[in-house]
Design a protein around this ligand. Structure first.
Ligand SMILES: NC(=O)c1ccc[n+]([C@@H]2O[C@H](COP(=O)([O-])OP(=O)(O)OC[C@H]3O[C@@H](n4cnc5c(N)ncnc54)[C@H](OP(=O)(O)O)[C@@H]3O)[C@@H](O)[C@H]2O)c1
Length: 215
């Protein structure tokens, strides 16, 4: 797959490395050109001058930026993202890490989808810590990669991508299911904060319904 990753931080570089190892063609874009080039060179990926130009050459775009920057990035790529799969890997954390900004309302992913008309937004990879995204097989057992979206073809693409890096893709329903996936990520994050943990816990469903496991 031709994948554009917007963001070269923990998530961008972790997913980017896993995607490259799985044989995908990855292009990075962010604001800091020198860092973008360093990260891409280290992982065997390409770079692009801007999120919009990276989006224009990709089939799948991954938003791996802070939630506070996601709306601006969505606006920037909106024209180029029409008809494409946009994976929202962000979590709408409050700045003081006390919870989710979106609590009680639409998810971050649903809000971003409104800014990306014609794009197929899928929430995915947000429930996995970057340490797990960097090597989904490290736990010694198959870890679940939850995703939610409204377009069946886009969801199948994301499921294939998740499986290609060693995850078991679990369909969490329509894009509204992103509300649960963001809450699930918060459960995992808040537990690490409370326990000063190692930030490597992963979620695995025991007895997952066959129909929720993407083919
Ligand atoms: N860390 C985790 O374990 C984890 C796991 C799952 C989900 N998430 C979520 O994933 C998102 C990214 O987290 P992270 O830990 O990777 O953050 P991070 O390490 O701070 O990286 C954020 C990246 O976004 C880029 N960026 C910021 N504003 C931008 C803009 N306007 N245009 C283009 N690029 C921009 C930054 O690069 P420049 O400064 O060069 O622009 C940087 O590369 C967050 O929403 C987070 O909640 C994090």
């Amino acid at each position: 797959m031709k994948i554009a990753i917007i963001g070269t931080g923990n998530v961008g570089s972790a997913l980017g490395g896993s995607f490259v190892r799985a044989g995908h063609d990855v292009t990075f874009a962010a604001q800091d050109t020198a860092r973008t080039q360093d990260v891409a060179a280290g992982l065997g990926a390409r770079t692009s001058n801007s999120p919009a130009s990276a989006t224009a050459t990709a089939d799948v775009i991954v938003l791996a930026v802070p939630y506070s920057a996601a709306a601006d990035v969505a606006d920037e790529i909106a024209a180029a993202a029409k008809g494409k799969v946009v994976i929202d890997a962000t979590n709408p954390l409050k700045a003081d890490y006390s919870g989710l900004e979106t609590e009680g309302g639409p998810s971050g992913a649903e809000r971003l989808a409104l800014r990306l008309p014609g794009a197929h937004v899928v929430k995915a990879f947000n429930t996995l810590f970057a340490s797990v995204q960097a090597d989904p097989t490290a736990a010694g057992r198959t870890v679940d990669g939850f995703f939610a979206g409204d377009d069946a073809v886009a969801k199948a693409t994301v499921a294939e991508l998740a499986r290609s890096i060693g995850l078991r893709p679990i369909d969490a329903g329509s894009l509204q299911g992103a509300r649960q996936l963001e809450a699930l990520a918060w459960l995992n994050i808040s537990m690490q904060l409370r326990t000063n943990g190692a930030w490597n816990t992963s979620l695995v469903l025991v007895n997952a319904p066959d129909k929720a496991i993407a083919a």
